[in-house]
Design a protein around this ligand. Structure first.
Ligand code: MN
Length: 245
C-alpha cells in the first residue's frame, strides 16, 4: 500500500496533470486544423492520469538528457496511461481500485483485459515510481537502508556491482529492481513492464532499460547509461520506500 504522504503527493500531481491535459487537447485540435503533426493523442476520460515530472526535463543533465526525458515522460508514459484507461473502459470495476492494488492481484482482473492491464498498468506504475527515484546529485544511501544494503550485498559498491550486472543482462526490454521481499532485500529483473508488485514484492529502486530510456544519448551503450544513472538515484526516496514498508 502507498503511504499517506505518497497518496497526498499523487493527488496533488493529478490536479496539475488535469491542467496539462487541457493543453494537450487544445494542441491536438489545433494540430488537426493545420494538418496534424506528431502530437500526443488527446487522453480519453479515464481514472488514471499522467503525473507531471517532479522536475524540469533537463534536471538530470548530463547523465540523462532533456530530450530523452521529454519523450519518455510526455509520449511513452502518456501512452501507457491512455491505453490503461482504454482497457479499464472494458472492465469498469477496476476504475475504483488503485494501480497498486490492481497489479498486486492481476488474477482478479477480467481475462479479456488482463494482458493489457499488466502491460499498460505496469508501465504506468513503474514509470510513476521511476521519475521519483531520480534526482540531481542523489548522493548515497544512508541510515537503515544503508545497513540493509550492507547486510544483503556486503557494501554499497557490492550492491552497485550486482545491480549493474542484472540491468546489463536484461534481454530485450525490461527493468532491474532492488526489491523488499519481506525483510530481505533482493535484486531482480522483470521483462517488459511487469512489476515486482505482481510477484508479491515491493519495488524500492528500479532502472528502466528499455532502449527508449537511453538510446538518444547512449545508443547501444546500455552499460554507460547504467553507470551514469547511478549519479541520479534519489536515495531519500528509496529510503522512504524502504522505511514505509
Ligand atoms: Mn520507459
Amino acid at each position: 500500500m502507498m503511504t499517506r504522504r505518497q497518496v497526498l503527493k499523487i493527488t496533488t500531481l493529478s490536479t496539475a496533470a488535469t491542467c496539462t491535459l487541457g493543453y494537450v487537447r487544445l494542441a491536438t485540435a489545433q494540430g488537426q486544423i493545420s494538418g496534424g503533426g506528431n502530437r500526443a493523442p488527446a487522453a480519453p476520460a479515464g481514472p488514471f492520469k499522467l503525473p507531471p515530472l517532479p522536475y524540469p526535463f533537463d534536471a538530470l543533465e548530463p547523465d540523462i538528457d532533456a530530450k530523452t526525458m521529454e519523450i519518455h515522460h510526455d509520449k511513452h508514459h502518456a501512452t501507457y496511461v491512455t491505453n490503461l484507461n482504454k482497457a479499464i473502459a472494458d472492465a469498469p470495476d477496476l476504475a475504483n481500485k488503485s494501480i497498486d492494488a490492481i497489479l498486486k492481484d492481476l488474477n482478479s482482473v477480467p481475462e479479456k483485459v488482463r494482458t493489457a492491464v499488466r502491460n499498460q498498468g505496469g508501465g504506468h506504475f513503474n514509470h510513476t515510481l521511476f521519475w521519483q527515484m531520480m534526482k540531481k546529485d542523489g548522493g548515497e544511501p544512508s541510515g537503515d537502508l544503508a545497513k540493509a544494503i550492507d547486510k544483503s550485498f556486503g557494501s554499497v559498491s557490492g550492491f552497485k556491482e550486482k545491480f549493474t550486472e542484472a540491468a546489463t543482462k536484461v534481454f530485450g526490454s525490461g527493468w532491474a529492481w532492488l526489491v523488499a521481499d519481506g525483510k530481505d532485500l533482493k535484486i531482480q529483473s522483470t521483462p517488459n513492464q511487469d512489476s515486482p508488485l505482481s510477484q508479491g514484492m515491493k519495488p524500492l529502486l528500479g532502472i528502466d532499460v528499455w532502449e527508449h530510456a537511453y538510446y538518444l544519448k547512449y545508443q547501444n551503450r546500455r552499460p554507460d547509461y547504467i553507470k551514469a544513472w547511478f549519479n541520479v538515484i534519489n536515495w531519500d526516496f528509496v529510503a522512504q520506500q524502504y522505511n514505509g514498508q
